[in-house]
Design a protein. Structure first.
Length: 500
Protein backbone atom coordinates (compact mmCIF):
# COMPACT_ATOMS: atom_id res chain seq x y z
CA UNK A 1 0.00 0.00 0.00
CA UNK A 2 1.11 3.56 -0.57
CA UNK A 3 -0.05 7.10 0.04
CA UNK A 4 -2.40 7.12 -2.95
CA UNK A 5 -4.33 4.16 -1.54
CA UNK A 6 -5.44 6.14 1.50
CA UNK A 7 -5.53 9.70 0.08
CA UNK A 8 -8.87 11.18 1.13
CA UNK A 9 -11.70 10.53 -1.32
CA UNK A 10 -9.19 9.29 -3.89
CA UNK A 11 -8.55 12.86 -5.05
CA UNK A 12 -6.23 13.08 -8.00
CA UNK A 13 -2.89 14.85 -8.10
CA UNK A 14 -4.43 17.25 -10.59
CA UNK A 15 -6.82 18.52 -7.94
CA UNK A 16 -3.93 19.23 -5.56
CA UNK A 17 -2.12 21.11 -8.32
CA UNK A 18 -5.23 23.20 -8.98
CA UNK A 19 -5.59 23.95 -5.29
CA UNK A 20 -1.95 24.99 -5.14
CA UNK A 21 -2.45 27.46 -7.96
CA UNK A 22 -5.52 28.92 -6.27
CA UNK A 23 -3.63 29.42 -3.02
CA UNK A 24 -0.59 30.96 -4.68
CA UNK A 25 -2.17 34.40 -4.42
CA UNK A 26 -3.59 33.90 -0.92
CA UNK A 27 -2.53 35.89 2.11
CA UNK A 28 -3.24 32.96 4.41
CA UNK A 29 0.14 31.59 5.53
CA UNK A 30 -1.15 28.40 7.17
CA UNK A 31 -2.92 27.26 4.02
CA UNK A 32 0.09 28.02 1.85
CA UNK A 33 2.37 26.17 4.24
CA UNK A 34 0.09 23.13 4.21
CA UNK A 35 0.03 23.18 0.42
CA UNK A 36 3.83 23.33 0.29
CA UNK A 37 4.07 20.41 2.72
CA UNK A 38 1.75 18.30 0.58
CA UNK A 39 3.93 19.13 -2.43
CA UNK A 40 7.00 17.94 -0.49
CA UNK A 41 5.24 14.69 0.43
CA UNK A 42 4.39 14.11 -3.22
CA UNK A 43 7.93 14.92 -4.37
CA UNK A 44 9.93 13.09 -1.68
CA UNK A 45 7.61 10.46 -0.19
CA UNK A 46 5.49 9.36 -3.14
CA UNK A 47 8.32 9.91 -5.62
CA UNK A 48 12.04 10.74 -5.67
CA UNK A 49 13.77 9.01 -2.74
CA UNK A 50 10.38 7.59 -1.63
CA UNK A 51 10.91 7.98 2.10
CA UNK A 52 7.70 6.05 2.89
CA UNK A 53 7.21 8.19 5.99
CA UNK A 54 3.58 9.06 5.24
CA UNK A 55 0.93 6.46 4.49
CA UNK A 56 -2.09 8.78 4.25
CA UNK A 57 -2.57 12.51 3.77
CA UNK A 58 -5.46 14.89 3.32
CA UNK A 59 -5.52 17.05 0.21
CA UNK A 60 -8.13 19.26 1.88
CA UNK A 61 -5.76 20.15 4.73
CA UNK A 62 -4.96 23.63 3.33
CA UNK A 63 -8.63 24.55 3.58
CA UNK A 64 -8.79 23.41 7.21
CA UNK A 65 -5.57 25.29 7.96
CA UNK A 66 -7.05 28.43 6.49
CA UNK A 67 -10.20 28.09 8.62
CA UNK A 68 -8.25 27.51 11.85
CA UNK A 69 -5.95 30.45 11.17
CA UNK A 70 -8.86 32.80 10.46
CA UNK A 71 -10.56 31.67 13.68
CA UNK A 72 -7.53 32.72 15.72
CA UNK A 73 -7.12 29.31 17.34
CA UNK A 74 -4.00 28.57 19.39
CA UNK A 75 -2.27 26.35 16.83
CA UNK A 76 -3.54 28.57 14.01
CA UNK A 77 -3.80 25.86 11.39
CA UNK A 78 -0.40 24.26 11.99
CA UNK A 79 -0.24 20.82 10.37
CA UNK A 80 0.39 17.65 12.36
CA UNK A 81 1.10 14.13 11.14
CA UNK A 82 -0.12 11.31 13.38
CA UNK A 83 1.49 7.92 13.95
CA UNK A 84 -0.77 5.20 12.58
CA UNK A 85 -1.46 3.53 15.90
CA UNK A 86 -3.52 6.56 17.01
CA UNK A 87 -7.14 6.68 15.87
CA UNK A 88 -8.41 9.49 13.64
CA UNK A 89 -11.80 9.65 11.96
CA UNK A 90 -10.42 10.01 8.44
CA UNK A 91 -8.42 6.82 7.95
CA UNK A 92 -7.97 3.25 9.16
CA UNK A 93 -5.72 2.87 12.19
CA UNK A 94 -3.54 -0.06 11.19
CA UNK A 95 -0.53 -0.13 13.55
CA UNK A 96 1.23 -1.03 10.29
CA UNK A 97 -0.45 -4.43 10.08
CA UNK A 98 -2.56 -5.79 7.26
CA UNK A 99 -4.70 -7.41 9.93
CA UNK A 100 -6.03 -3.92 10.74
CA UNK A 101 -6.09 -2.50 7.22
CA UNK A 102 -9.88 -2.01 7.51
CA UNK A 103 -9.81 -0.66 11.09
CA UNK A 104 -11.73 2.52 10.31
CA UNK A 105 -13.28 3.27 13.69
CA UNK A 106 -14.88 6.61 12.78
CA UNK A 107 -13.58 8.17 15.98
CA UNK A 108 -10.77 10.43 17.11
CA UNK A 109 -8.55 9.52 20.04
CA UNK A 110 -9.09 12.13 22.79
CA UNK A 111 -5.63 13.55 22.14
CA UNK A 112 -6.66 14.15 18.50
CA UNK A 113 -9.88 15.85 19.60
CA UNK A 114 -7.78 18.18 21.76
CA UNK A 115 -5.43 18.82 18.86
CA UNK A 116 -8.26 19.83 16.55
CA UNK A 117 -9.91 21.93 19.27
CA UNK A 118 -6.66 23.88 19.57
CA UNK A 119 -6.61 24.63 15.84
CA UNK A 120 -4.21 21.90 14.76
CA UNK A 121 -4.81 20.28 11.37
CA UNK A 122 -4.38 16.52 11.02
CA UNK A 123 -2.44 16.36 7.76
CA UNK A 124 -2.14 12.59 7.63
CA UNK A 125 -0.88 9.35 9.11
CA UNK A 126 2.75 8.25 9.41
CA UNK A 127 4.33 4.87 8.93
CA UNK A 128 5.72 3.03 11.94
CA UNK A 129 7.52 -0.10 12.92
CA UNK A 130 4.72 -2.65 12.70
CA UNK A 131 2.85 -3.10 15.99
CA UNK A 132 5.25 -0.50 17.42
CA UNK A 133 8.13 -3.00 17.30
CA UNK A 134 6.70 -5.45 19.83
CA UNK A 135 6.08 -8.35 17.42
CA UNK A 136 9.65 -9.65 17.25
CA UNK A 137 13.03 -9.07 18.89
CA UNK A 138 14.74 -9.31 15.48
CA UNK A 139 12.73 -6.71 13.58
CA UNK A 140 13.86 -3.88 11.32
CA UNK A 141 12.71 -0.52 12.66
CA UNK A 142 10.64 1.55 10.26
CA UNK A 143 9.16 -1.40 8.36
CA UNK A 144 5.50 -2.31 8.27
CA UNK A 145 3.44 -4.43 5.92
CA UNK A 146 1.14 -1.45 5.32
CA UNK A 147 3.74 1.27 4.77
CA UNK A 148 6.85 -0.67 3.69
CA UNK A 149 10.26 0.61 4.81
CA UNK A 150 10.70 4.18 6.03
CA UNK A 151 13.96 5.77 4.88
CA UNK A 152 16.10 8.29 6.73
CA UNK A 153 16.14 11.74 5.05
CA UNK A 154 19.79 12.21 6.07
CA UNK A 155 20.83 9.01 4.32
CA UNK A 156 18.15 6.93 2.66
CA UNK A 157 20.03 3.66 3.16
CA UNK A 158 20.16 4.30 6.92
CA UNK A 159 17.59 3.38 9.53
CA UNK A 160 14.99 5.70 11.06
CA UNK A 161 14.74 3.82 14.38
CA UNK A 162 11.48 2.74 15.88
CA UNK A 163 8.74 2.74 16.31
CA UNK A 164 7.73 6.34 15.50
CA UNK A 165 9.98 6.09 12.47
CA UNK A 166 7.64 7.76 10.00
CA UNK A 167 6.94 10.64 12.37
CA UNK A 168 10.65 11.31 12.82
CA UNK A 169 11.51 11.08 9.14
CA UNK A 170 8.52 13.21 8.14
CA UNK A 171 9.47 16.14 10.36
CA UNK A 172 13.11 15.93 9.28
CA UNK A 173 11.91 16.07 5.66
CA UNK A 174 9.64 19.09 6.25
CA UNK A 175 6.38 17.26 5.60
CA UNK A 176 4.50 18.96 8.48
CA UNK A 177 4.95 21.46 11.31
CA UNK A 178 4.82 18.69 13.88
CA UNK A 179 4.09 15.04 14.40
CA UNK A 180 2.75 12.86 17.17
CA UNK A 181 4.62 9.70 18.04
CA UNK A 182 4.15 7.13 20.76
CA UNK A 183 6.70 5.52 23.04
CA UNK A 184 6.89 2.46 25.21
CA UNK A 185 10.68 2.39 25.42
CA UNK A 186 12.60 4.69 23.05
CA UNK A 187 10.04 4.92 20.27
CA UNK A 188 9.82 8.74 20.30
CA UNK A 189 13.32 9.59 21.45
CA UNK A 190 15.31 7.20 19.25
CA UNK A 191 13.73 8.23 15.91
CA UNK A 192 13.92 11.88 16.97
CA UNK A 193 17.63 11.57 17.70
CA UNK A 194 18.46 9.62 14.55
CA UNK A 195 16.40 11.94 12.33
CA UNK A 196 17.85 15.13 13.83
CA UNK A 197 14.71 16.57 15.42
CA UNK A 198 13.26 17.25 18.88
CA UNK A 199 11.26 14.49 20.54
CA UNK A 200 9.57 14.63 23.92
CA UNK A 201 8.29 11.62 25.85
CA UNK A 202 6.14 13.12 28.59
CA UNK A 203 5.46 11.61 31.99
CA UNK A 204 2.96 8.79 31.58
CA UNK A 205 -0.43 10.35 32.31
CA UNK A 206 0.14 13.79 30.82
CA UNK A 207 -1.50 12.65 27.54
CA UNK A 208 -4.47 10.27 27.16
CA UNK A 209 -3.87 6.81 25.67
CA UNK A 210 -7.53 6.06 24.86
CA UNK A 211 -8.04 4.79 21.28
CA UNK A 212 -4.30 4.27 20.82
CA UNK A 213 -3.26 0.72 19.93
CA UNK A 214 -1.61 -0.41 23.17
CA UNK A 215 1.49 -2.21 24.32
CA UNK A 216 2.02 -1.26 27.97
CA UNK A 217 -0.42 0.30 30.41
CA UNK A 218 2.49 1.44 32.59
CA UNK A 219 4.84 2.78 29.91
CA UNK A 220 2.86 3.85 26.82
CA UNK A 221 2.48 7.54 26.05
CA UNK A 222 2.04 9.77 23.04
CA UNK A 223 4.26 12.81 22.62
CA UNK A 224 5.34 15.59 20.24
CA UNK A 225 8.04 15.41 17.57
CA UNK A 226 9.02 18.78 16.12
CA UNK A 227 11.94 20.91 14.93
CA UNK A 228 12.29 23.01 18.09
CA UNK A 229 11.72 22.63 21.82
CA UNK A 230 9.23 25.50 21.75
CA UNK A 231 7.15 23.73 19.09
CA UNK A 232 7.25 20.50 21.12
CA UNK A 233 5.98 22.39 24.16
CA UNK A 234 3.26 24.06 22.08
CA UNK A 235 2.08 20.75 20.67
CA UNK A 236 2.19 19.10 24.09
CA UNK A 237 0.03 21.87 25.50
CA UNK A 238 -2.55 21.14 22.81
CA UNK A 239 -2.77 17.37 23.35
CA UNK A 240 -2.32 17.12 27.14
CA UNK A 241 -5.26 16.72 29.48
CA UNK A 242 -7.44 14.50 31.63
CA UNK A 243 -9.41 11.57 30.25
CA UNK A 244 -11.81 9.66 32.54
CA UNK A 245 -11.29 6.57 30.38
CA UNK A 246 -7.55 6.64 31.18
CA UNK A 247 -7.35 6.90 34.99
CA UNK A 248 -3.63 7.64 35.15
CA UNK A 249 -4.33 10.98 33.45
CA UNK A 250 -6.40 12.01 36.48
CA UNK A 251 -3.29 11.80 38.67
CA UNK A 252 -1.05 13.90 36.43
CA UNK A 253 0.38 17.26 37.50
CA UNK A 254 0.29 19.50 34.44
CA UNK A 255 0.91 23.14 33.68
CA UNK A 256 -1.56 25.14 31.63
CA UNK A 257 1.01 26.17 29.02
CA UNK A 258 4.25 24.24 28.49
CA UNK A 259 5.69 27.13 26.46
CA UNK A 260 5.66 29.48 29.46
CA UNK A 261 9.16 30.62 30.34
CA UNK A 262 10.92 28.83 27.49
CA UNK A 263 12.13 32.05 25.87
CA UNK A 264 13.84 33.21 29.06
CA UNK A 265 14.90 29.80 30.40
CA UNK A 266 18.41 29.79 31.87
CA UNK A 267 20.84 27.12 32.98
CA UNK A 268 22.76 29.44 35.31
CA UNK A 269 23.36 27.57 38.54
CA UNK A 270 21.35 24.54 37.43
CA UNK A 271 22.96 21.31 38.62
CA UNK A 272 22.95 18.59 35.96
CA UNK A 273 23.96 14.96 36.43
CA UNK A 274 26.15 13.56 33.67
CA UNK A 275 25.53 9.85 33.08
CA UNK A 276 29.05 8.84 32.06
CA UNK A 277 28.10 5.16 32.03
CA UNK A 278 25.58 5.86 29.25
CA UNK A 279 28.06 7.44 26.82
CA UNK A 280 29.17 4.14 25.34
CA UNK A 281 32.51 3.37 23.70
CA UNK A 282 32.28 5.36 20.46
CA UNK A 283 34.81 8.18 20.45
CA UNK A 284 32.82 10.18 17.87
CA UNK A 285 29.66 10.17 19.99
CA UNK A 286 31.73 10.92 23.10
CA UNK A 287 33.28 13.94 21.37
CA UNK A 288 29.82 15.32 20.50
CA UNK A 289 28.67 14.79 24.07
CA UNK A 290 31.72 16.58 25.48
CA UNK A 291 31.00 19.53 23.20
CA UNK A 292 27.41 19.60 24.44
CA UNK A 293 28.63 19.51 28.05
CA UNK A 294 30.92 22.44 27.29
CA UNK A 295 27.93 24.36 25.94
CA UNK A 296 26.01 23.58 29.12
CA UNK A 297 28.92 24.78 31.24
CA UNK A 298 29.26 28.03 29.27
CA UNK A 299 25.52 28.56 29.81
CA UNK A 300 26.12 28.42 33.56
CA UNK A 301 25.17 24.85 34.41
CA UNK A 302 27.02 23.00 37.15
CA UNK A 303 27.90 19.50 35.95
CA UNK A 304 28.14 16.55 38.29
CA UNK A 305 29.37 13.15 37.15
CA UNK A 306 26.82 10.46 38.01
CA UNK A 307 27.42 6.73 37.74
CA UNK A 308 24.62 4.27 37.20
CA UNK A 309 24.76 0.65 36.11
CA UNK A 310 21.37 -1.07 35.80
CA UNK A 311 21.31 -4.46 37.53
CA UNK A 312 20.50 -7.53 35.50
CA UNK A 313 17.35 -7.88 37.57
CA UNK A 314 15.91 -4.93 35.63
CA UNK A 315 16.16 -6.66 32.26
CA UNK A 316 14.87 -9.95 33.67
CA UNK A 317 11.67 -8.22 34.79
CA UNK A 318 11.16 -5.82 31.88
CA UNK A 319 10.08 -8.07 29.01
CA UNK A 320 7.68 -10.21 31.08
CA UNK A 321 5.89 -7.05 32.21
CA UNK A 322 5.58 -5.78 28.64
CA UNK A 323 4.27 -9.09 27.33
CA UNK A 324 1.73 -9.40 30.14
CA UNK A 325 0.45 -5.87 29.54
CA UNK A 326 0.50 -6.39 25.77
CA UNK A 327 -1.79 -9.42 26.03
CA UNK A 328 -4.25 -7.71 28.37
CA UNK A 329 -4.28 -4.37 26.58
CA UNK A 330 -4.37 -5.73 23.03
CA UNK A 331 -7.18 -8.18 23.77
CA UNK A 332 -9.22 -5.35 25.24
CA UNK A 333 -8.52 -2.92 22.39
CA UNK A 334 -9.31 -5.44 19.66
CA UNK A 335 -12.45 -6.74 21.37
CA UNK A 336 -13.93 -3.24 21.71
CA UNK A 337 -13.17 -1.97 18.20
CA UNK A 338 -16.24 -0.63 16.37
CA UNK A 339 -17.40 -2.45 13.25
CA UNK A 340 -17.30 -6.02 12.12
CA UNK A 341 -14.52 -8.30 10.97
CA UNK A 342 -10.83 -8.31 11.72
CA UNK A 343 -9.03 -9.63 14.79
CA UNK A 344 -10.73 -9.47 18.18
CA UNK A 345 -7.83 -10.72 20.30
CA UNK A 346 -4.08 -11.07 20.06
CA UNK A 347 -4.43 -14.77 19.18
CA UNK A 348 -6.37 -13.74 16.07
CA UNK A 349 -3.48 -11.50 14.99
CA UNK A 350 -1.03 -14.37 15.44
CA UNK A 351 -3.26 -16.59 13.29
CA UNK A 352 -3.59 -13.87 10.64
CA UNK A 353 0.20 -13.49 10.44
CA UNK A 354 0.64 -17.23 9.99
CA UNK A 355 -1.96 -17.26 7.21
CA UNK A 356 -0.32 -14.27 5.53
CA UNK A 357 3.28 -15.08 6.29
CA UNK A 358 4.66 -13.96 2.92
CA UNK A 359 3.35 -10.42 3.38
CA UNK A 360 3.71 -10.16 7.14
CA UNK A 361 6.64 -12.35 8.16
CA UNK A 362 9.04 -12.33 5.23
CA UNK A 363 11.65 -10.36 7.16
CA UNK A 364 11.05 -11.33 10.79
CA UNK A 365 8.68 -13.43 12.86
CA UNK A 366 6.27 -12.92 15.76
CA UNK A 367 7.96 -14.73 18.62
CA UNK A 368 7.11 -11.98 21.12
CA UNK A 369 3.43 -12.14 20.21
CA UNK A 370 3.55 -15.89 20.68
CA UNK A 371 5.25 -15.54 24.07
CA UNK A 372 2.53 -13.08 25.10
CA UNK A 373 -0.09 -15.80 24.48
CA UNK A 374 1.36 -18.03 27.19
CA UNK A 375 -0.70 -18.34 30.41
CA UNK A 376 -0.71 -15.16 32.53
CA UNK A 377 0.68 -15.19 36.07
CA UNK A 378 -0.77 -12.27 38.01
CA UNK A 379 1.46 -12.71 41.07
CA UNK A 380 4.64 -12.84 39.01
CA UNK A 381 3.52 -9.77 37.05
CA UNK A 382 2.98 -7.82 40.27
CA UNK A 383 6.45 -8.80 41.52
CA UNK A 384 8.11 -7.87 38.23
CA UNK A 385 6.33 -4.53 38.06
CA UNK A 386 7.37 -3.71 41.63
CA UNK A 387 10.95 -4.56 40.70
CA UNK A 388 10.88 -2.26 37.68
CA UNK A 389 9.45 0.65 39.62
CA UNK A 390 11.96 0.21 42.42
CA UNK A 391 14.95 0.02 40.09
CA UNK A 392 13.96 2.89 37.78
CA UNK A 393 12.22 5.17 40.29
CA UNK A 394 13.23 4.92 43.97
CA UNK A 395 16.61 3.31 43.25
CA UNK A 396 16.87 4.84 39.79
CA UNK A 397 16.08 8.38 38.68
CA UNK A 398 14.77 9.55 42.06
CA UNK A 399 17.89 8.35 43.84
CA UNK A 400 20.30 9.70 41.21
CA UNK A 401 18.70 13.15 41.39
CA UNK A 402 18.51 13.34 45.17
CA UNK A 403 21.85 11.80 46.15
CA UNK A 404 23.76 13.95 43.67
CA UNK A 405 21.65 17.06 44.32
CA UNK A 406 20.95 17.55 40.60
CA UNK A 407 17.84 18.70 38.74
CA UNK A 408 18.28 16.66 35.56
CA UNK A 409 20.29 13.82 34.04
CA UNK A 410 21.95 14.03 30.62
CA UNK A 411 23.42 11.48 28.23
CA UNK A 412 23.66 10.88 24.48
CA UNK A 413 20.30 9.55 23.27
CA UNK A 414 21.69 6.86 20.98
CA UNK A 415 24.32 6.47 18.28
CA UNK A 416 24.09 7.55 14.63
CA UNK A 417 21.77 5.73 12.24
CA UNK A 418 22.90 2.27 11.17
CA UNK A 419 22.57 0.78 7.69
CA UNK A 420 19.13 -0.74 7.26
CA UNK A 421 19.26 -4.51 6.85
CA UNK A 422 15.92 -6.26 6.44
CA UNK A 423 17.56 -9.67 6.49
CA UNK A 424 19.50 -9.30 9.76
CA UNK A 425 17.42 -6.69 11.60
CA UNK A 426 18.46 -3.66 13.65
CA UNK A 427 22.01 -2.93 14.74
CA UNK A 428 22.03 -0.54 17.71
CA UNK A 429 25.32 0.90 18.93
CA UNK A 430 25.69 -0.83 22.28
CA UNK A 431 25.88 0.96 25.57
CA UNK A 432 24.73 4.41 24.44
CA UNK A 433 21.83 6.13 26.17
CA UNK A 434 19.75 5.87 29.34
CA UNK A 435 16.28 6.46 27.96
CA UNK A 436 15.12 3.10 29.33
CA UNK A 437 15.20 4.62 32.82
CA UNK A 438 12.64 7.30 31.95
CA UNK A 439 10.61 4.92 29.78
CA UNK A 440 10.17 2.22 32.42
CA UNK A 441 9.73 4.73 35.25
CA UNK A 442 7.18 6.72 33.24
CA UNK A 443 9.20 9.93 33.70
CA UNK A 444 9.86 12.74 31.16
CA UNK A 445 12.60 12.43 28.55
CA UNK A 446 13.53 15.10 26.01
CA UNK A 447 15.95 14.60 23.13
CA UNK A 448 17.23 17.36 20.88
CA UNK A 449 20.05 17.54 18.33
CA UNK A 450 23.61 17.97 19.64
CA UNK A 451 25.50 17.43 16.38
CA UNK A 452 26.28 14.73 13.85
CA UNK A 453 28.69 11.92 13.07
CA UNK A 454 29.60 11.87 9.37
CA UNK A 455 26.41 13.77 8.55
CA UNK A 456 24.21 11.49 10.70
CA UNK A 457 22.42 13.24 13.59
CA UNK A 458 22.92 12.38 17.25
CA UNK A 459 20.70 13.68 20.06
CA UNK A 460 21.22 14.84 23.64
CA UNK A 461 18.86 13.37 26.25
CA UNK A 462 17.57 15.31 29.24
CA UNK A 463 15.76 13.22 31.87
CA UNK A 464 13.83 14.60 34.83
CA UNK A 465 11.64 13.64 37.76
CA UNK A 466 8.01 12.58 37.47
CA UNK A 467 5.69 15.43 36.45
CA UNK A 468 8.68 17.75 35.91
CA UNK A 469 7.91 17.90 32.19
CA UNK A 470 7.86 21.68 32.07
CA UNK A 471 11.21 21.95 33.80
CA UNK A 472 12.77 19.46 31.37
CA UNK A 473 11.44 21.43 28.40
CA UNK A 474 12.84 24.67 29.82
CA UNK A 475 16.25 23.05 30.27
CA UNK A 476 16.09 21.85 26.68
CA UNK A 477 15.18 25.31 25.41
CA UNK A 478 18.12 26.80 27.30
CA UNK A 479 20.53 24.23 25.83
CA UNK A 480 19.09 24.82 22.37
CA UNK A 481 20.07 28.52 22.66
CA UNK A 482 23.53 27.63 23.95
CA UNK A 483 24.30 24.90 21.40
CA UNK A 484 27.34 25.61 19.22
CA UNK A 485 27.37 22.42 17.14
CA UNK A 486 26.71 22.76 13.43
CA UNK A 487 23.68 20.69 12.49
CA UNK A 488 23.53 18.93 9.10
CA UNK A 489 20.75 19.14 6.54
CA UNK A 490 19.03 16.07 5.06
CA UNK A 491 20.65 14.88 1.85
CA UNK A 492 17.81 12.62 0.60
CA UNK A 493 20.58 10.46 -0.85
CA UNK A 494 22.47 7.36 0.14
CA UNK A 495 25.13 7.90 2.82
CA UNK A 496 28.60 8.94 1.70
CA UNK A 497 31.66 9.64 3.87
CA UNK A 498 32.11 13.33 4.69
CA UNK A 499 34.15 15.20 2.09
CA UNK A 500 33.66 12.63 -0.65
Amino acid sequence: MNNRTFARSGLALLLATTASAALAHSDHAAAEEAEAQIARIQALDDAGPMLNAVIAYDLEAPNYANEAEKAGMRLAGRTVLVKDNIETTEWPTTAGSLALKDNTTGRDAPLITKLRDAGGVVLGKTNLSEWANIRSDNSTSGWSAVGDLTRNPYAIDRNTCGSSAGSGAAIAAGFAWGAIGTETNGSITCPASINGIVGFKPSVGIVSRTHVVPISSTQDTAGPMTRTVHDAALLLTAIAGEDPADPVTLEAKRVADYTDGLDTASLKGVRIGVLRSAVGKRSDVSALFEAALADLTRAGAVLVDVEHAPPGELWQASLPVLLYELRVGMDQYLALRPGNGGPRRLADVVAFNRANAREEMRWFGQELFEQALEPLDDDQYDKNLATLRRLTRTEGIDKLLSENDVDFLVAPTTGPAWSTDLVNGDNYSGGIGAGYLAAIAGYPHLTLPMGAVEGLPVGLSILGAKWEDHAVLKAGAAYEKARTAKLPAPSFKRWEPAGE
